[in-house]
Design a protein around this ligand. Structure first.
Ligand code: G16
Length: 499
């Protein structure tokens, strides 16, 4: 390592004093103005990780669902999955190191992880549409080059697209071509074939209104639209031409407010969906003939996907081990339905795609979704090979089901996806501050069919409160009471929570 060069560049990306940085649920997230040194240092770290794994590593510059003024960065590991937990710790350590300690921290990481510094390194970079993203991704590139790494800057990309590029590069193109064109071709081919195999094919099933959260999803869907034209006609809303990113629109807004985004007129039974700021979440919705809004969130998507997969497996005659992974936010009824009616085992992990993804890899077919719309289905290599073989061999109904399943495998982009309060039991129980969990338990007892929990967010400086009960009024009231308990027992600041 050329420490002279590292120091010379590092001072150009000075660390602001008095702030603590943490690699959270999905990387570093905060106001964009505090992130320059983190970007430079994540460029350095990506090179070390690339040398250690002898693979291409991804760096995505985005703050996803957070407001436009924020930004963030996440590293993507060799098969497109989230960065390994031990490296998250190195990322935190490097982000907080004082200038004079940088050399020691870099040597420490290299020694602990037996990084061969002579090894070549390659890093791919993508960014969302935030005004701050271009400059910040330049700082990542500075970090990569000063450590002698090679890079490819894809420029504007959605997060799933960057994950795809990393996976393609590390499988020598086996997963697909590592170009934007390759991404559109692979996914649209599988999708268009699936729509041809679908039993219902009227125009009403082929049109979709898409709320793009005023983000990158709009640009990329416009590029992809004509590849899909034989199977789907999309109408874009909140495409970034006037509104602000994630403001009054996008998946997070629709899920948490349980209403359509601003700027989208919905007629009865029209099919609609919303992305988030980096297009790695999706929720669907429609209004019925009486004007009632219906949300198909991650819980429902997981249920629909796993029921469909089970039907296909029965048709093919294969008995595979299908599991569903959720988080504490999953509505209790969805868990009950999956376990009791669908007879599918359900597991609960901590919030964060990385935790769900990890668990889902234990099954032949693992379906995972966070209620907020992050998720996918994972198929083991053995299942993938078997399905491809059966699709070639079987005929009639069985053959048709196997071919549908083969296209589904190609369609799912499977790449391997506040501190006062601490939690346990997949974040369903608060351990500290003392008395908080007992207070929540007492409040929950006051309502029928109720659950509630609290946890510190890993992407925003807030405590999240979740509540469910037998009616909307009860759920709202329980949420408010739990918020008040948090405010009192965890030393809340600012205004008291309002009902
Ligand atoms: C990120 C993570 C998700 C998580 C969400 C909220 O989403 O990728 O797994 O559910 O943050 O996390 P928290 O409640 O810890 O703030 P995104 O879309 O912002 O990347």
């Amino acid at each position: 390592m050329d420490f002279g060069a590292i120091t010379k560049h590092s001072v150009l990306h000075a660390k602001p004093s008095g702030l603590l940085f943490q690699y959270g649920t999905a990387g570093f997230r905060m106001k964009a103005e505090h992130l320059d040194h983190i970007m430079f240092r994540m460029g350095l770290l990506a090179v070390l990780r690339s040398k250690q794994t002898k693979s291409t590593i991804g760096v995505m510059v985005t703050a996803s669902h957070n407001p436009e003024e924020d930004n963030g960065v996440k590293l993507v590991d060799p098969l497109g999955e989230m960065l390994a937990p031990s490296w998250e710790e190195y990322a935190t350590c490097l982000a907080n190191a004082e200038e004079e300690d940088m050399q020691r921290v870099l040597i420490d990481i290299s020694e602990k992880e037996a990084v061969d510094l002579q090894q070549d390194a390659f890093v791919v970079i993508g960014r969302d549409t935030r005004p701050s993203s271009e400059k910040l991704s330049q700082s990542v590139i500075d970090g990569v080059t000063v450590l002698g790494g090679q890079f490819h800057d894809y420029g504007l990309l959605t997060t799933p697209q960057l994950h795809y590029m990393v996976c393609c590069r590390n499988t020598s193109g086996l997963y697909g071509m590592a170009t934007i064109e390759g991404y559109y071709q692979k996914l649209s081919k599988a999708f268009v074939e699936l729509t041809k195999q679908a039993s219902r094919s009227g125009d009403e099933f082929r049109s979709l209104k898409v709320d793009c959260a005023n983000g990158i999803g709009a640009l990329k869907l416009k590029e992809m639209e004509h590849y899909l034209s034989q199977g789907l006609s999309v109408q874009l809303f909140n495409d970034g031409t006037k509104g602000k990113l994630n403001h009054l629109c996008g998946a997070d807004f629709v899920k948490s407010h349980q209403k359509p985004p601003q700027g989208m007129e919905i007629k009865s039974n029209e099919r609609c969906c919303s992305f988030d700021g980096d297009a790695d979440r999706i929720v669907y919705y429609y209004c019925d003939a009486d004007g009632h809004f219906h949300l198909i969130d991650g819980d429902k998507i997981a249920t629909l996907i796993s029921s469909f997969l089970k039907e296909l497996l029965v048709e093919i005659g294969e008995n595979l081990n299908v599991g569903v992974v959720q988080t504490a936010y999953a509505n209790g009824n969805s868990t009950r339905y999956l376990e009791e009616v669908m007879k599918v085992p359900v597991y609960c992990t901590k919030t964060g795609v990385k935790h769900l993804h990890h668990k889902a890899q234990e099954f032949d077919i693992g379906v995972y979704f966070e209620a907020n719309g992050h998720g996918t289905a994972l198929f083991s290599k053995a299942v993938e090979d078997k399905v491809k073989q059966l699709a070639g061999e079987l005929e009639d109904k069985k053959g048709k089901a196997a071919k549908i399943l083969r296209n589904i495998i190609d369609l799912f982009n499977q790449v391997a996806d506040r501190k006062v309060i601490s939690t346990t039991d997949a974040e369903r129980q608060a351990v500290t501050p003392p008395g908080l969990q007992e207070a929540i338990n007492d409040l929950v007892k006051k309502y029928r069919l109720s659950r509630a929990f609290v946890r510190p967010s890993g992407t925003e400086d807030v405590i999240r409160v979740y509540a469910e009960a037998d009616s909307q009024e009860s759920a709202d009231s329980l949420a408010h009471e739990v918020s008040l308990a948090v405010f009192q027992l965890a030393g809340g600041i600012g205004e008291r929570p309002q009902p």
